[in-house]
Design a protein around this ligand. Sequence first.
Ligand SMILES: [Zn+2]
Length: 83
Amino acid sequence: MKERRRSVESRGPLPTARSILGNADVVLICKACDRSVDADLPVIIAGGHGDLPLIELKWRCAMCQSTKVTMVVSGARIGRKDA
Ligand SMILES: [Zn+2]
């Protein structure tokens, strides 16, 4: 609670589709058409990108094909040990 800085780099392994599946939801928000969709993690894994950090994946809106997509991880329990 003392530290408010969010340093993604120094927080251990970055979440990947495989590590996050079943632990959290990944919501994609398209800035172009203002839609939000759940990312299809099994599809990403099946496509061979399951071990890439999520922030390195190139997301694309399924509706308008825009790449101006923001990724939000919700309900994450990754990296938290406060039980
Ligand atoms: Zn869109």
